[in-house]
Design a protein around this ligand. Structure first.
Ligand code: SF4
Ligand code: MG
Length: 330
């Protein structure tokens, strides 16, 4: 659970002798429920990876709070952060750089068991063999090195390593975006199966809505460090309420290559995150922007009866008219 979460980075620009403060995450409130698959989506550079790292205490927050199982993670000492790692694990985006190339696959998967002093040597090796089999790799893989495997296989190794300590929560930062499209679905399905089997709570970060469409229970859409919409996945895909969500949803490729539909792509580039636009941060790219959007920042609404929240001045009006029909009327 995160309240008013902030994460700022200060980047020094020696040429200008000035420091720039980047608000990568700005005033984020969300609560992930036990046992759900919660997705955080948005374009690259919108603060999703930073949010995931702050939520799991890989990096500290600069403001606000993160609570896990009733405890505030802000005040944890290094030993307590290590203990937290046993329960909250991370799968990294890049399976090429996140695995130490000098360690065998067996040692990589065993490492969390050693760190948390789980089991005897033979027990740990049996567990490694079990995990390899569960993620679809042969037991002999344990004696080989990461570079001997393909991207998809390496991500399976990363998943086995994340599961080794028996975590309750697994956070995946774009776990399939570095993989070939043909391999992505296999790894997504594996994650969904493991989630059910181990009763995990899964937090998946993605820039591609198609990846999380069939696995997420709820989705938070981020734009420039803020949540602009949070909703049950089925409702969000069916009827997006925020204009940015609408653009993301309509950019999902259709399964049938012959099918046609109007595509509302997000026009323009993501603005410089060091100087987000005033008012609604999305206004320079929003087809529905009105005068007020340039000056007043919309707040994320309280949860409605359907569990939906949206940060848009025109959300009600646009929902009543239907986003598409308003666009057509313009
Ligand atoms: Fe668009 Fe205005 Fe809504 Fe922002 S507040 S998403 S600019 S209509
Ligand atoms: Mg990222």
């Amino acid at each position: 659970e995160a309240r008013a979460l902030e994460r700022r980075f200060v980047t020094a620009r020696p040429l200008f002798r000035e420091a720039t403060v980047v608000h990568a995450v700005s005033g984020v409130d969300l609560a992930v429920e036990e046992g759900e698959t919660f997705a955080i989506v948005g374009e690259s550079g919108c603060g999703k990876s930073t949010l995931a790292r702050v939520l799991t205490r890989l990096i500290p927050a600069s403001g606000g709070s993160v609570r896990y199982a009733g405890r505030d993670l802000g005040g944890l000492k290094p030993a307590q952060i290590r203990a937290l790692r046993r329960e909250v694990q991370f799968i990294f985006q890049d399976p090429f750089s996140s695995l130490n190339p000098r360690m065998t696959v067996g040692a990589l998967i065993e490492e969390p068991l050693r760190i948390h002093r789980i089991g005897t040597g033979p027990e740990r090796r049996a567990r490694v063999a079990q995990l390899l089999e569960r993620v679809g790799l042969p037991a002999q893989a344990a004696g080989r090195y990461p570079h001997e495997f393909s991207g998809g296989q390496r991500q399976r190794i990363g998943i086995a390593r994340a599961l080794a300590s028996g975590p309750k929560v697994v956070v995946g930062d774009e776990p399939v975006s570095a993989l070939d499209v043909s391999i992505q679905a296999q790894v997504v399905n594996l994650l969904a199966d493991l989630k059910r089997e181990f009763g995990l709570t899964l937090v998946i970060i993605a820039h591609d809505l198609a990846v999380i469409r069939h696995m997420a229970d709820r989705v938070a859409v981020m734009y420039l460090g803020q949540i602009v919409e949070l909703a049950p996945a089925a409702d969000l895909f069916e009827v997006p309420r925020h204009p940015y969500t609408e653009a993301l949803v309509s950019a999902i490729p259709l399964p049938d290559p012959g099918a046609r539909r109007a595509r509302a792509r997000v026009a323009g580039e993501l603005p410089d995150p060091t100087a987000p636009p005033a008012g609604c941060r999305f206004h320079p790219r929003c087809p529905y922007a009105i005068g007020r959007c340039r000056t007043d920042a919309p707040q994320l609404s309280p949860r409605d009866a359907g569990g939906r929240q949206v940060a848009c001045h025109r959300a009600e009006e646009l929902a009543l008219a239907g986003l598409g029909s308003v666009a057509a009327a313009r």
